[in-house]
Design a protein around this ligand. Structure first.
Ligand code: ADP
Ligand code: MG
Length: 469
């Protein structure tokens, strides 16, 4: 292990290898090491905004770097560095929420449930994911109205409630808003909010430990069950889990208990699920969340800026809304970037500053790449021909680049799974889905895959920017 004064520089060097230069400059340059022991490490950050951002986005990266350098896994904590008042950056804490009461810490489950369930079964609720913070527009009005009705009348209004839509469009937010409201109205309700993955993991672990009876008692005794991202059920191969999910569903449904599910695609596209489960998903209300239109994007941006304690000029809001139309998470990132940039350069936020802060992002989102564009660098990188990628050939030297190309197509173009499948030799949309899952997984597991993908994406952006210019 390096000497204490070399410790943080060594960790920084490690981090620098894994994040992009601009992100490194923005988020890590001003972080300093506070205390360090085998059990804990304290990092000093300039303000609470860094605190939140680093914790949410880079905690794992930091932990991994610390492990690499020290061989240990201390708990990493952030503290805001005390600064002389004159230097204080003008970043405000997010505003406290208005009407709805909320305890300081998110209440992970109702008191009655707490006696009943292992405490780690319920996912942590995000305390900002409440109805008050959900901006309603044409793209989400129906699911929002349904969610409100369910929160008032669980088990009766719409059951099950199946919410679907692309990533970052508010599915988790809306589901948790129902959970929060139910907890506020009836803290004694037994409910669990968990990701589908977490449902699967609990089940598998119950089977391994001979505790399936307990698992069933817990799930089948719920008053309301929220399972987020059920498309995972279709992608895993664990049939036993599907079977268990089916029986859990039936038990709750028959007892008139509320079931709320979310998925990134409509039920009919979950083709790997058993028909009997699929048809049940459609028994209640199936509602889609769409990407928000311009007006709603502006309203969402205004609301998000308020959470940062900022009022942004209209021309800035409109600029962001014009250029970022992918999803709400991207809108949030844009606001965050602008606010962070303004604090770093210590200037008020105006159109000019916003344009600077979003230089990379906006280009990225503004111009649509075609499927041909995406495939070109892949064929060069892996020395394969387009016709190979579009052929039926299934040797590894072809399937891997084909999966990479599908993944890039999915993440960098606006084409649907179906269109991408068709382009790559008339393949089924589930093949594309499978490819994306696989590359996503590889990307997490193998830094070299991640680096290759970063490089290809960069190349694509540069190529496109040349076209623009
Ligand atoms: P999904 O689960 O569909 O991928 P999330 O619920 O995680 O999306 O939403 C992504 C981010 O966008 C969250 O921070 C959420 O608060 C925000 N968001 C989504 N929809 C809205 C909305 N209508 N109003 C305000 N914020 C929203
Ligand atoms: Mg989600």
């Amino acid at each position: 292990m390096p000497a204490r004064e070399d410790l943080w520089p060594a960790i920084l060097e490690q981090i620098q290898r894994t994040v992009r230069p601009q992100q490194f400059d923005t988020w890590f340059r001003s972080v300093q090491l506070g205390g360090y022991s085998a059990e804990s490490m304290t990092l000093q950050v300039p303000n609470s905004f860094y605190h939140e951002w680093l914790r949410r986005h880079y905690l794992e990266t930091i932990q991994e770097a610390v492990l690499q350098v020290t061989g240990r896994r201390p708990a990493v904590e952030f503290v805001v560095r005390p600064v002389p008042a004159s230097e204080e950056t003008p970043v405000a804490e997010p505003l406290p929420r208005r009407r709805e009461r909320r305890p300081a810490a998110p209440s992970p489950m109702s008191p009655r449930a707490r006696d009943y369930y292992p405490t780690d079964w319920m996912s942590r609720l995000n305390r900002y994911y409440v109805f008050d913070n959900f901006v309603v527009g044409a793209s989400n009005a129906l699911p929002h109205a349904a969610a409100l009705a369910i929160a008032e009348n669980p088990g009766h209004a719409y059951n099950p409630f199946f919410l679907h839509g692309g990533v970052g469009l508010g599915k988790t937010h809306l589901m948790q808003a129902i959970t929060h409201r139910l907890l506020d109205n009836g803290p004694e309700m037994r409910m669990l909010f968990l990701s589908c993955e977490s449902f699967m993991n609990h089940f598998i672990s119950a089977v391994q430990h001979g505790e399936t009876e307990r698992f069933r008692r817990i799930f089948r005794g719920l008053d309301a069950m929220f399972v987020d991202d059920v498309h995972f059920l279709a992608r895993g191969t664990k049939e036993a889990t599907q079977e268990e999910f089916f029986h859990t569903f039936n038990a709750l449904y028959n007892a008139g208990k509320q079931i709320v599910l979310s998925s990134d695609c409509p039920p009919q596209e979950l083709t790997r699920l058993e028909e009997r489960l699929l048809s049940r998903f459609k028994w209640g209300l199936v509602a889609r969340i769409d990407a928000p239109g311009f007006e709603t994007r502006v309203a969402i941006l205004r609301h998000k800026a308020q959470l940062h304690g900022r009022v942004l000029p209209d021309d800035v809001l409109q600029f962001i809304a014009e250029h970022i139309d992918t999803n709400i998470r991207d809108l949030e990132c844009a606001i965050t970037k602008i606010v962070a940039f303004a604090s770093l350069v210590n200037k008020p936020i105006d159109l000019d500053l916003a344009q600077q802060a979003l230089r990379d992002t906006v280009h990225h989102a503004a111009t649509a790449l075609t499927l041909d564009d995406v495939v070109r660098p892949v064929t060069q990188e892996f020395r394969v021909k387009l016709s190979d990628l579009q052929s039926k050939r299934r040797t590894k030297s072809i399937t891997y680049p084909r999966q990479i190309a599908m993944y890039l197509a999915r993440t960098l173009t606006r084409h649907s799974l179906q269109e991408i499948g068709r382009y790559f030799g008339g393949r089924d949309h589930t093949t594309v889905m499978h490819a994306c899952d696989k590359i996503e997984r590889l990307r997490k597991e193998d830094p070299s895959v991640d680096a290759t993908l970063d490089r290809l994406a960069d190349q694509l952006r540069r190529r496109r920017d040349r076209h623009d210019g």
